[in-house]
Design a protein around this ligand. Sequence first.
Ligand SMILES: [Zn+2]
Length: 94
Amino acid sequence: MSKRGFLRNTETRKRIRAYILERDGWQCHYCRRPFVEESDMTLDHYIPWSIWRQSRPRNLVGACYPCNQAKADALPLTFAWLLLRNAPALGLAA
Ligand SMILES: [Zn+2]
């Protein structure tokens, strides 16, 4: 899945990274491991980019490298559950 255009602007990316570090208290959103340096954080799309092309801070969380790798393109469980629960209404289920 191409992420072309994802935070291409360096200044915007820096600003968003700084904002998310502060918002999430300098820790991984998933395992709560603290970040020692700014570079320890990766930006993760909470709802995968392939589903919702949204790169605003509300769809971004700070994740450590292992968590980002482990999650990859998976859906957060709560969102997957909501999606399944509403599948008939959304026309997603047979
Ligand atoms: Zn983590």
